[in-house]
Design a protein around this ligand. Structure first.
Ligand code: NDP
Length: 436
C-alpha cells in the first residue's frame, strides 16, 4: 500500500486473490521460492502507460482528459482487456481491472494475457462528433502501444460499438494497416464477431445455470434481480428470458426500475441502445406494472437469483443481508468486483452459490478471443457456432473452478476455485519463461 498509495480498488482486488492462494503455495513449493519472486512480479504490471488526451467540444472549447493502458501480464498471450470511459477512472481502477483480467483470461484457456485501459472522459451527454474526436485523440497516442500480437483492447463501461468503431478508424488511418485483430467488439461486416455484444451477459447467465445445476436447480421459473442497463445487463436479461427466468429490474447511476410483469426487453433496448436514454424513461413508458425508484438499492427487490452487472462495489454487506433474507439462491457477477469482500463472505456463509466475475463474466473476453481467431483466419463464424463455443467455454470455466476448489478442500467456493485455477496457469507459464 505504501508503494501504490490511493489505489483502494487495486488493493482490494489483490487482497481478494491472495486470501485464497495459501493452499496452493503449500501444495506447490516451487511457487514460493524466494528466487522466483512470483507474487512480487505478479502484482507489478509489466508496463503502465499514462497519456494526455486533448479534444475539442462542439462549442470549440478544449478539454484535457487522462488516458491509461496498463499492460499487466503477457505470460499467456498478448495483453487483452477492455477500455473504460468513466469519470471515476484512475490508475488504481485500471490496475484493479487489469489484475483481475490476468486470471480471468487464464481461465478461458484461450492464450490471452491481461491488460486494461481507459480514461476519465465522461461520454454521457456528449454528441457523436464529440465522442469521435475524443476517441481519435485517445487512439493517436494509444496506437503505438497496441497491435494484434502485442495488446488487444476491447470495450467496457462507456465503450461500446460506436467507440470501438471510431477507435478502429483512427488506428487504421494512422498505421495504414487493415489489422482487424488489434481491437475486439468491432461491428459486424468489418471484422466483428457475431454474439460478441451478447457474450458477457449470456455467459454470466450460463454460469449461474451451471451453479444451480450442481444443486439440482434450474433457472426456468425463477425471478431475477439485475443491476445496470448497459451492455452486460441487457444481454443478461435476454438470456434469462430465453431460459424461462423472469428478470424484474434494471438500473443506472440514478436509480432502478422494477417491473412486476418482468422487463420488456424490446422497450429497454430501444431506450438504452437506440436513444441512449435513462432507465427512468422505461418506467414512464411501460405503464402501471413498472416504477422507478430514484437513488434506491436494486437489491431490495426480492428475487431468487441476482446478477450485479453495473460496476465495482455496488453490492455491499447490507445488500447481501437483504438478498439472503429474501432467499436468494445464486449470485453471478456480470460486472467486475461488484460485490464487496464482506458481502461475498456473507453470501458464501449463507450457502448462496456465488460466481465471481473472473469466472462468471469471462464469456465476453472469451468471445473476443474467438473474434481474434476469426480475424487471423479472415473468416466469420455463424452465430450458432460462436454461441455453442461460448456455452462450452462457460461450462469448462465452471467445471475447472468447481474441481479446483474441491481439490484444495473448499468445495463449492468458486472464488477460491477460480483464483487458484487461473493463478496456476499464469504461474506455470511465468516460471517456465524465467525471470522477466
Ligand atoms: P456499460 O457502459 O454498457 O453499462 C454500465 C452500466 O452500469 C450503466 O447502466 C451505468 O449507468 C451503470 N454504472 C456504471 N458506473 C456506475 C456507477 N459508478 N454507479 C452506478 N451505476 C453505474 O458497461 P458494461 O455493461 O460493458 O459493463 C458493466 C460491468 O461489466 C463493468 O463492471 C465491466 O467491467 C463489466 N464487464 C464488461 C464486459 C463487456 O464485455 N462489456 C466484460 C466483462 C465485464 P449510467 O449510465 O448511469 O452510468
Amino acid at each position: 500500500e505504501r508503494r501504490n498509495p490511493a489505489q483502494p480498488e487495486f488493493h482490494q482486488a489483490v487482497r481478494e486473490v491472495l486470501d485464497t492462494l495459501a493452499p496452493v503455495f503449500a501444495a506447490r513449493p516451487e511457487y514460493a521460492e524466494p528466487g522466483v519472486a512470483l507474487l512480487e512480479r505478479l502484482v507489478e504490471p509489466e508496463r503502465q502507460i499514462i497519456f494526455r488526451v486533448p479534444w475539442t467540444d462542439d462549442r470549440g472549447r478544449v478539454h484535457v482528459n487522462r488516458g491509461y493502458r496498463v499492460e499487466f501480464n503477457s505470460a499467456l498471450g498478448p495483453y487483452k482487456g477492455g477500455l473504460r470511459f468513466h469519470p471515476s477512472v484512475d490508475i488504481g481502477v485500471v490496475k484493479f481491472l487489469g489484475f483481475e483480467q490476468i486470471f480471468k483470461n487464464a481461465l478461458t484457456g484461450l492464450g490471452i494475457g491481461g491488460g486494461k485501459g481507459g480514461s476519465d472522459f465522461d461520454p454521457h451527454g456528449r454528441s457523436d462528433a464529440e465522442v469521435m474526436r475524443f476517441c481519435q485523440s485517445f487512439m493517436t497516442e494509444l496506437y503505438r502501444h497496441i497491435g494484434e500480437h502485442t495488446d488487444v483492447p476491447a470495450g467496457d463501461i462507456g465503450v461500446g460499438g460506436r467507440e470501438i468503431g471510431y477507435l478502429f478508424g483512427q488506428y487504421r488511418r494512422i498505421t495504414n494497416r487493415w489489422e482487424a485483430g488489434v481491437l475486439t467488439g468491432k461491428g459486424q461486416g468489418w471484422g466483428g464477431s457475431l454474439i460478441r455484444p451478447e457474450a458477457t451477459g449470456y455467459g454470466s447467465v450460463l454460469f449461474a445455470a451451471e451453479m444451480l445445476a450442481v444443486k439440482g436447480l434450474a433457472l426456468d421459473g425463477l425471478t431475477a434481480v439485475v443491476s445496470g442497463s448497459g451492455n452486460v445487463a441487457l444481454y443478461t436479461i435476454e438470456k434469462l428470458q430465453q431460459l424461462g427466468a423472469n428478470p424484474l429490474t434494471a438500473s443506472d447511476s440514478q436509480g432502478y426500475v422494477v417491473d412486476e410483469k418482468g422487463i420488456d426487453l424490446a422497450l429497454l433496448k430501444q431506450i438504452k441502445e437506440v436513444e441512449r436514454g435513462r432507465v427512468s424513461e422505461y418506467a414512464q413508458r411501460r405503464g402501471p406494472s413498472a416504477r422507478f425508484v430514484p437513488g434506491g438499492r436494486v437489491w431490495d427487490v426480492a428475487a431468487e437469483v441476482a446478477f450485479p452487472s453495473a460496476t465495482q462495489n455496488e453490492l455491499t454487506a447490507d445488500d447481501a443481508r437483504t438478498l439472503i433474507a429474501n432467499g436468494v439462491k445464486a449470485v453471478s457477477e456480470g460486472a467486475n468486483m461488484p460485490t464487496t469482500r464482506e458481502a461475498v463472505h456473507l453470501l458464501q456463509a449463507a450457502g448462496v452459490s456465488f460466481g465471481p466475475g473472473k469466472a462468471a463474466n469471462a464469456g465476453g473476453v472469451a468471445v473476443s478471443a474467438l473474434e481474434m481467431a476469426q480475424n487471423a483466419g479472415r473468416v466469420a463464424w455463424s452465430a450458432e457456432r460462436v454461441e455453442a463455443e461460448l456455452a462450452g467455454i462457460m461450462r469448462d470455466i465452471h467445471a475447472v473452478s468447481y474441481a479446483t476448489a474441491e481439490r484444495y478442500g473448499s468445495a463449492g467456493d468458486y472464488v477460491t476455485g477460480a483464483n487458484i485455477a487461473g493463478f496456476e496457469r499464469v504461474a506455470d507459464a511465468m516460471l517456465a519463461q524465467g525471470l522477466i
